[in-house]
Design a protein around this ligand. Structure first.
Ligand SMILES: Cc1cc2nc3c(=O)[nH]c(=O)nc-3n(C[C@H](O)[C@H](O)[C@H](O)COP(=O)(O)OP(=O)(O)OC[C@H]3O[C@@H](n4cnc5c(N)ncnc54)[C@H](O)[C@@H]3O)c2cc1C
Length: 354
């Protein structure tokens, strides 16, 4: 089991997040919750020891994502996007990313995020790339709109992607703020609005060759490791399973008052346990399910658990301020976030009872 989740600091963090999860409106950036995360060493977990990090393994990171998501999905989600950016910086070609920058990230002095979905899951049907990369002396010029970037307004670095005229992709790091970059107003969403996800417009952003992390190449994101929160990866399933655990905790509190609910809580708990074991087997390379199948099943559990909790709490739970109501809204996030085509199809089949 992870050293981190056994530590007093981590337990303390979870208790604080449980007592005071992030709010859920736009403009409610969870500064306090992220401060607690930093105080518990959260910026160091995924970073290598050589730059002041803790060097947690990918399995440890899965446990961390699960436990945090059970307490506060918004905080856990912001961390996954920051960690995805760090992972891409760590995987960059040698010499591109300085040790100083990695140390700043591990110490929480610099915040980073990713806006890369337009290379995999967003805007794939458009004839023209969402962000075009044109070669110029000494580097590239990026023009277009990054459709989704969580916490961009609070970040100093955006790891983003662009596509060349010939269809090759590159991954680059864009410092924020700068004149050629405009971070849009955070979108008002069904849930997780406080994560402040917005469009980012790039109006001829000059990227030095030395700031290109990877590419130009075909499908530049396909080489991501298992620990990076990449599209449909095990990390995204760990977040969904953790969220389901959080909803299950709410549902079981209800069952403490009403014994007739207990069998339903037990059934969901059993499913959650089995899926978590499957996920760990997959993380250790001996799983029977693909990452997409695991994600589909984890999504399904997250959605059904939140709805079971709502059904049990009846009309009272349907009031907007009730935590079951919030859980149902937040559970819908898993239907759209980081879902590759195979996961989307799995979900549509389940929803249409095929
Ligand atoms: C809360 C939240 C936070 C996120 N944060 C990040 C982040 O920090 N970084 C990041 O990289 N990504 C992020 N994402 C993006 C996410 O991972 C997915 O890429 C995104 O949800 C895909 O949705 P989309 O609307 O962009 O998809 P699209 O496929 O672009 O669909 C957009 C719309 O286009 C239309 N459409 C779709 N397909 C077709 C078609 N074939 N023909 C015609 N019309 C079509 C539909 O009407 C659809 O509603 C976030 C998403 C959410 C919801």
């Amino acid at each position: 089991m992870s050293r981190v989740i056994q530590s007093d600091e981590f337990r303390d963090l979870c208790q604080r997040l449980q007592r005071q999860p992030a709010k859920d409106g736009t403009g409610d950036w969870p500064a306090q919750q992220l401060q607690w995360l930093g105080d518990a060493g959260g910026w160091r977990w995924n970073m290598p020891q050589s730059c002041g990090g803790l060097g947690c393994s990918s399995v440890e990171m899965l446990q961390i994502y699960r436990d945090l998501s059970a307490c506060c999905l918004t905080t856990a989600f912001v961390l996954t996007q920051r960690n995805a950016a760090c992972q891409r910086l760590l995987q960059a070609r040698e010499g591109v990313v300085s040790t100083q920058l990695l140390q700043d990230l591990a110490a929480g002095r610099v915040m980073a995020t990713v806006g890369i979905s337009h290379l995999t899951t967003s805007r794939q049907y458009l004839a023209n790339p969402a962000v075009l990369a044109e070669p110029v002396a000494g580097g590239w010029v990026l023009t277009g709109t990054v459709p989704w970037a969580t916490g961009a307004a609070s970040s100093q670095l955006l790891v983003t992607g662009a596509t060349t005229e010939s269809g090759l992709q590159l991954l680059a790091v864009v410092p924020l703020p700068q004149d050629a970059v405009s971070v849009g107003v955070p979108a008002e969403l069904l849930g997780l609005s406080a994560a402040c996800t917005s469009e980012v417009r790039l109006s001829g952003v000059y990227v030095l060759e030395g700031d290109v992390l990877q590419g130009p190449a075909e499908r530049v994101l396909s080489g991501g490791s298992g620990s990076a929160p990449a599209a449909g990866s095990l990390s995204t399933s760990a977040v969904a399973l953790g969220f389901a655990e959080g909803a299950l905790a709410g549902f079981s509190q209800e069952a403490e008052l009403r014994g007739e609910l207990v069998p339903y809580v037990q059934r969901l708990r059993q499913e959650s346990r089995e899926l978590w074991e499957q996920l760990l087997r997959s993380a250790n390379g001996v799983g029977e399910l693909t990452a997409e199948q695991l994600r589909g099943r984890s999504n399904s559990l997250a959605l059904r658990t939140a709805q079971a909790w709502l059904a049990a709490t009846r009309g009272a739970g349907y009031q907007r301020i009730h935590p079951a109501s919030r859980a149902v809204r937040e559970s819908l996030f898993f239907l759209v976030w980081s879902c590759p085509q195979a996961v989307l199809e799995w979900q549509l089949q389940e929803l249409t009872m095929d």
